[in-house]
Design a protein around this ligand. Structure first.
Ligand SMILES: N[C@@H](CCC(=O)N[C@@H](CS)C(=O)NCC(=O)O)C(=O)O
Length: 432
């Protein structure tokens, strides 16, 4: 059967079995698909097993073509479809589909030692998904949905080095200003996610007096920091957004460090970590504020009626060190031992090192910030708290924390913050 009435074009879905996708959903799939293509390119380029295959170069250029024509600029291609370019578009998709098939064939022919590697299995599964959703379904995309023109795709910032080298910053990316105290605390995971994802942002450090001023000026939606101010690329007035977890998920999606595909069970792993850390932090309230309640969200004061005496603060500190934190560390270790929601199963879990196998996510950044703050590695997050021994008893957690700490982008970020502080200190000494 001819496709769209054109006898030259093969119908990519002759039996009409595949789903129609709404344009915006399709954009999301394209962004995800592009990520798999990047990983496939990197795998093939770096593997000795593929070097010997006669089709290698053709496969590489085929996959680059799929990226350039279909997945890297999905919004443009969607507009092409909407403008009536469906015949040429169908042809391009059929070509892209063939290129992906060649890549999968190359994997099939490779020795088992390569083919069975968890990373290869994951990429092959990803490429099957790209075929299933993007390159075969695309010609049937319902492109003329209201608002599809206005909806730009999520910023494409993949985590791989290749993507970072080849993708110029997206000019449509919003301008982001993240305001928080000059500590790691609740904003550091978001700062790290933006850094790892190479999303430009303004890192503004504020004092408690600044927080009070911002609160009085109505610039803190929930009366506290962190606050993320977002301006669109055209430079609109900034809109402030509060709550660290909401901010982290938002920037995590921008940075491609948060599994957000519908039905992707890894999201549950990532969110579970975030919630567990929020639970863990709640136990610090009596230690931070010497109070049963946290600071008042209306004026930042610590309520006198619920102030704690030294004996109670000491008892709370002991419980946190001896019971609460070791239990939280062990719970994270159990999550890292489990394969629930993890594509690639036990092999991916054991290869690790992250919550979602070999892909770093915001959950890993949060774990790193939290445990660095309560161990020898950094310390000082909460007075009197030390979970060094508890972490030592959790080998998978320890491996994860080391992996994040040793990432070159995280090391570079830490060094730049240290340098910024030293420069500020010197400036203060000179002027004082
Ligand atoms: N649930 C909020 C808690 C925010 C919060 O407790 N912020 C503290 C700093 S960690 C703050 O703004 N303290 C200053 C004040 O309350 O005056 C979040 O996760 O963002």
């Amino acid at each position: 059967m001819a496709y769209a009435g054109d006898p030259d074009v093969i119908d990519p879905d002759p039996e009409g079995k595949r789903v129609f996708l709404q344009g915006n959903t399709w954009l999301d799939h394209c962004v995800e698909a592009d990520e798999f293509l990047i990983r496939a390119l990197e795998l093939i380029e770096s593997s000795d097993a593929c070097a010997a295959d006669a089709s290698r170069d053709a496969v590489l250029s085929g996959l680059e073509r799929v990226r350039a024509g279909v997945t890297k600029r999905p919004h443009e291609t969607l507009v092409k479809v909407a403008n009536g370019g469906s015949v040429a578009w169908a042809r391009q998709c059929a070509d892209a589909d063939a290129a992906i098939e060649s890549a999968l064939d190359l994997f099939e022919r490779a020795p088992a030692s390569f083919r069975d590697r968890p990373a290869v299995v994951a990429v092959a599964e990803g490429l099957h998904r790209v075929r299933g959703v993007v390159t075969r379904v695309a010609p049937r995309t319902t492109a003329r949905i209201p608002g599809a023109e206005a909806a730009s795709p999520p910023a494409k910032v993949a985590r791989t080095e290749r993507a970072r080298e080849t993708d110029a910053p997206d000019p449509k990316l919003p301008h982001l200003t993240l305001k928080y105290l000059d500590t790691k605390g609740l904003a550091e995971p978001a700062r790290l996610a933006l850094t790892v994802g190479r999303i430009p942002f303004e890192d503004v450090r504020v004092s408690y007096e600044d927080v009070a001023r911002l609160r009085a000026a109505g610039e803190l939606p929930f009366g506290q920091v962190p606050v993320l101010e977002v301006r669109d690329a055209e430079g609109s007035a900034p809109t402030p957004f509060g709550q660290s977890s909401a901010i982290l998920r938002f920037v995590g999606r921008l940075a491609n460090l948060y599994p957000s595909d519908p039905g992707d069970l890894r999201q549950l792993r990532v969110d579970a970590v975030e919630e567990l850390l929020a639970d863990a932090r709640r136990a610090f309230v009596p230690l931070w504020y010497r109070n049963a309640l946290p600071r008042s969200p209306t004026d930042g004061s610590a309520p006198e009626a619920t102030a704690l005496d030294d004996a109670r603060v000491a008892a709370a500190t002991r419980l946190v060190n001896d019971t609460y934190l070791p239990a939280r560390a062990a719970q994270v270790e159990r999550l890292l031992e489990s394969t629930a929601g993890l594509p690639g199963g036990e092999a991916a879990r054991d290869a690790g090192p992250y919550v979602c196998g070999d892909e770093v996510t915001v959950a890993d950044l949060s774990l790193y910030v939290f445990f660095e703050g309560v161990t020898d590695a950094g310390g000082g997050y909460c007075p009197g708290v030390d979970a060094t021994d508890a972490v030592e008893r959790c080998p998978r957690l320890k491996r994860l924390l080391d992996a994040v700490a040793n990432r070159p982008d995280v090391e570079a970020w830490n060094a730049s913050v240290r340098e910024r502080r030293e420069t500020a200190k010197k400036a203060a000494t000179t002027s004082g």
